[in-house]
Design a protein around this ligand. Sequence first.
Ligand code: ATP
Ligand code: MG
Length: 183
Amino acid sequence: MRLTTIKLSGFKSFVDPTTLHLPTNMSAVVGPNGCGKSNIIDAIRWVMGESAASRLRGDSLTDVIFSGSSARKPVGQAVVELIFDNSDGTVTGEYAHYNEISVKRLVSRDGQSQYFLNGTRCRRRDITDLFLGTGLGPRSYSIIEQGMISQIIESDPEQLRVHLEEAAGISRYKERRKETESR
Ligand code: ATP
Ligand code: MG
């Protein structure tokens, strides 16, 4: 499974609709300080369901919406769409037969979040389910941020097991079991 396209609009500094293509297995984003490189990573984690504002470097969830600049007025909503190539069949279950999977999130100033899977409105839960066990996800190991390497190295055995279970693809089954047991 590979992230091929990121579309942003009204998200942080990306006020105008912007499409980023990631055509190969390796892409680099370069640019001066403050140009929006980290905002792209925030956008990816945000769509995958990150719900803690602090992890998106903000104080509240609506802080991801373009807040205006000297030249531009603030906008009313932020939308980000991620398009994944799933032709290797990483995603299992209901969406397994789609070669392309689109995941989209929208937030408006009133704080309402909406999620879409291949264009159809869905719950946040459907998005987290989709990525569970794939290594993707808002807090998964596919996004390695500053300080995370040492965090993994210094993990206690319990925390380390969570990473290993995700890598082995069994976290989704554990999650289902937990759910069944709590019913
Ligand atoms: P560095 O090289 O220093 O890490 P960077 O390229 O990673 O920089 P970012 O942190 O992605 O830069 O971008 C920061 C910029 O995004 C700042 O100019 C900030 O004002 C702008 N920004 C963040 N949130 C918003 C928002 N809600 N509305 C408008 N601009 C925003
Ligand atoms: Mg940065």
